[in-house]
Design a protein. Sequence first.
Length: 262
Amino acid sequence: MTQADTSHLEPGTSRTVTLRVFRGDASGGEFVDYTVEMDEGQVVLDVLHTVQATQAGDLAVRWNCKAGKCGSCSAEVNGNPCLTCMTRMNTLDVSQPISVAPIKTFPLIKDLVTDVSFNYEGAKQIPAFAPRAPDAADGSYRMMQQDIERGQEFRKCIECFLCQDVCHVIRDHPENKPNFMGPRQFVRLAELEMHPLDTADRTEFIREAGGISYCNITKCCTEVCPESIHITDNAIIPLKERVADKYYDPFRWIFGKLTGRG
């Protein structure tokens, strides 16, 4: 795509831009063009607010922090899932209409707002953190620093659900939702499973309720993560390995039969 350089705009100057915004609800809708003034340094969310303030006061847009940390403003800009508050206008070709659509994977409520409750319902099912007994009488624990750092990456998740949006297992096949929690929940499960204090065994849950076998590791979730979490390599693949070791390792199966532990 040819990008139009708008970084040369002087402070206080502006140019005209057209946003092609989806308007509608669960019963249907269409894209509507809005031509507004864009100021130097703005992001897509800024221009959506201009549309909302000047031409479409009833435009439904979900947002909160406008700093890339709340994950609320997820949308598909020119077909690319992203945070509208972190997508700068000077990275887009503003000589052409810029389309803004709701994330596709979840049911539409209105305009750019979708019902993402599927993710929260899934989170409720995950077995809770179960720490081992303290290492000392004062209640303190001893942990290796490398074990602590391993899970830090997963805690950066802002629950924008862009990874869920691009996951073709549920994006293209919504019938899989009852059997597949998606990459966001695998990140949460990895955080718990790799915590140096946790004692719970969630392998059966990951295999059955989580449906991790549906994932074919295309890495599309990793590519859209605004926090650059290596979802596939560091969360999903290690979880798959745990499931494979427990249920599909022939040597472990034979050992279990011989020892009565299988």
